[in-house]
Design a binder for this molecule. Structure first.
Ligand SMILES: Nc1nc2c(ncn2[C@@H]2O[C@H](COP(=O)(O)OP(=O)(O)OP(=O)(O)O)[C@@H](O)[C@H]2O)c(=O)[nH]1
Ligand SMILES: [Mg+2]
Length: 654
């Protein structure tokens, strides 16, 4: 969706934004560079490095990083952030802190101070801190750490100029905390072994003592085997003195130090009264009241996306704009200008680029997609999604996943490809594999969901409930089986809950436009490609051969008309395009209600799109990707066939 570069650009002074998840780093990055990167109200929005030159100085390269809870990485995205501090020569670090959650933020400040990197403390979300009665004595804080502090409210563009001023004369912190004697001695010994790098030996020694496994690659590059085992021995000697792991001990000592600082720098006025947003927030996670709230949210989405988007808007775009104007005119123009029959057909025939690819893309999918993006953007920014994750946590525990894993799945409703990348926030390989599989299998992305919602709303509520029921059952059963097969263990459930917030119109608009732009750039060319393939197959007679060959499955097993084969074929490229093909069949009256339901269930279980497939390869490797796909395709058809059999056997009226 956005450009990303694995390698950090070499030119320019590097300024890195670092901080806890969901504190506003990307919002600040956007203000400093004028480049839009996704800003959403949940942790893990950014999972890779984003770069851009500053608007105030073209020589300054700003780098946005994934949020971290500590510079001792627990997951892949956190490692990205630590590694950039470790490996790049950095001019300044801007540590973005959530001002209402200073304790969490200062834990990172201590580590930045230890690294010896020049940095400034950016107290963001000042507005929310104030409304919660938290006031921060930033002078005190500056004195304690020996660095500048700047208060900002990124959403209101407040304090940004100040921030820019301070970047120029940032300095390394004078703060130094003392750990217990055994640890301090260990640090000294390890410092004697370590080579010089961008960050202080003390900070690396502490990471090693804390048991940072993600450093092993770095160690093997810089040290001999003998030195590495010497370090490990030092670590084990210290560990012998404690029952808890050293990482935990070090953290506890840091927090103790912090509490001293917080006492001096933060005052809270008593505001025990629950704000309305907090009330809504806790109700939405309530085991009982949460359910009607969820149903209400789904109902609103259905009204807006399913009815307004997929019916009213599609009818208008398909029926009026394309049906009465674009397509008839195109046909006239093409026939008048190009007298070559085959080219006419290529453009405006049954499998024509205008009459099929563009009509599906712009008249059927785009209206539902646009409404879905708006609705989803509002949900993202409201802070509801992580609460939804908590609500369904229990069900997911059964299948060996925790609530943090639900987040990528919910995000999959927006885009499965992006969500597959977001699995980086998960801590164990097992969780990442299971979530990747479930995303590809049973989580329809926005484009698809919109088309499906639209088609189902043309059948009945019952059909919709059966469709959703099948998806949920597949999720739970396959998730459960996968958790038995995939080795490894899950992790504990820790999910930072962002506050419930009024979404910002500006962000929703910008985000929706960014997503539509992405759809036009990424998906539409694939639609055209798919149409070209169908056109060619049709012309050389291959299409009817394939229809014939697939007939036992499509016609016999699934009980669909043979024309549906073409929809499944293009569904290989993107399942929303396939679904649009089914939509077109439905509008032509070629599918009865059972056929609609069966074809939709089968299509939903397909791999979402080629892009998702490549993302699975990139994130999980070729072997796992192929394994997944060779499971998914037969599985999709089998479930569709079983459903067809059951519906017909019990003579279900939809
Ligand atoms: N009220 C308020 N909201 C803010 C402020 N800054 C950012 N936000 C909101 O906080 C949420 C998180 O912002 P992001 O910029 O995505 O946070 P991030 O630190 O990049 O998050 P990750 O990429 O997940 O680590 C969004 O909903 C923003 O609109 C602020 O100063 N005040
Ligand atoms: Mg971000």
């Amino acid at each position: 969706m956005h450009q990303h570069h694995k390698e950090v650009m070499k030119i320019g002074k590097k300024v890195v934004l670092v901080g806890n998840p969901n504190v506003g780093k990307s919002a600040i990055f956007g203000l400093l560079t004028g480049r839009y990167v996704m800003v959403s109200n949940y942790p893990g929005t950014t999972v890779e490095l984003m770069q851009g030159y500053a608007t105030f100085d073209k020589e300054t390269l700003l780098i946005d990083t994934p949020g971290v809870n500590s510079l001792l990485p627990m997951s892949e995205d956190e490692k990205v952030t630590r590694d950039i501090l470790l490996n790049e020569e950095i001019e300044t670090v801007i540590q973005v802190v959530d001002a209402k959650n200073l304790r969490r933020g200062l834990l990172i400040t201590i580590q930045l101070a230890e690294m010896g990197l020049p940095f400034i403390l950016n107290l963001n979300m000042e507005d929310e801190a104030r409304s919660r009665g938290i006031s921060i004595d930033s002078k005190k804080l500056s004195e304690e750490f020996g660095v500048d502090t700047v208060a900002t409210v990124a959403t209101q563009k407040k304090g940004i100029n100040n921030l820019v001023q301070k970047i120029r004369d940032s300095r390394a912190s004078s703060y130094r905390m003392e750990y217990s004697r055994d640890i301090e001695e260990g640090i000294k010994k390890i410092e004697g072994i370590l080579p010089d790098t961008n960050i202080s030996k003390r900070s690396i020694a502490l990471m090693l003592i804390a048991g940072d496994k993600s450093l092993s690659e770095w160690l093997y590059k810089h040290l001999s085997k003998k030195d590495i085992s010497r370090i490990e021995k030092i670590r084990l000697d210290i560990q012998r003195g404690y029952d808890e792991p050293l990482g935990y001990i070090i953290n506890t000592q840091r927090l103790e130090c912090l509490d001293g600082i917080l006492e001096k720098a933060v005052t809270r006025s008593e505001t025990d009264t629950f704000t309305i947003s907090e009330k809504i927030g806790s109700l939405s996670m309530h085991p009982v009241f949460g359910v009607p709230i969820l149903i209400f949210v789904l109902f609103l989405m259905y009204k807006f996306v399913g009815e307004f988007g997929a019916q009213t808007m599609v009818d208008y775009f398909e029926g009026v704009i394309f049906g009465e104007y674009v397509n008839p005119w195109s046909i006239k123009v093409v026939e008048a200008l190009i007298p070559v029959g085959i080219i006419q057909e290529l453009l405006v025939g049954q499998y024509g680029i205008i009459t099929m690819a563009l009509t599906y893309a712009l008249a059927i999918i785009l209206p539902v997609l646009a409404t879905f993006f708006i609705a989803f953007g509002i949900l993202e920014d409201s802070g509801y999604l992580p609460r939804l994750a908590i609500m369904v946590n229990r069900a997911f525990n059964v299948i060996g996943l925790n609530g943090k894993a639900v987040l990528p799945m919910v995000l999959g409703l927006g885009c499965d490809t992006m969500a597959t990348m977001t699995t980086r926030i998960l801590e164990t390989r097992k969780e990442r594999i299971i979530v990747t599989l479930l995303l590809a299998l049973a989580v329809p992305c926005s484009a698809q969901l919109g088309v499906i919602l639209g088609m189902l709303s043309g059948v009945s509520l019952k059909a919709g409930i059966i469709w959703a029921g099948v998806m949920i059952m597949v999720l739970l059963v396959i998730g459960y089986l996968a958790s038995l097969i995939v080795p490894g263990k899950g992790s504990d459930f820790i999910l930072e809950l962002p506050p419930i917030r009024m979404p910002h119109l500006e962000n929703i608009v910008v985000k929706t436009l960014a997503r539509i732009e992405w759809y036009l750039k990424e998906a539409v060319p694939l639609f055209i490609l798919g149409t070209l393939i169908l056109f060619t197959f049709d012309k050389i007679g291959l299409l009817s051969v394939i229809e014939e060959a697939a007939s036992p499955v499509v016609v016999g097993f699934l009980g669909l008309p043979r024309e549906a084969t073409a929809a499944f074929l293009i569904g290989f490229l993107r399942r929303d395009y396939g679904a649009a093909g089914l939509f077109a069949l439905q509008m032509d009256g070629m599918l009865d209600p059972i056929q609609i339901l069966v074809s939709l269930v089968t299509m939903t279980l397909f791999v979402p799109c080629i892009a998702n497939f490549f993302m699975i390869i990139k994130e999980r490797g070729v072997k796992i990707a192929i394994l997944m796909v060779s499971f998914i395709f037969p599985f999709a058809f089998i479930i569709g066939g079983i459903l067809n059999f059951l519906l017909r056997y019990f003579e279900v009226v939809l």
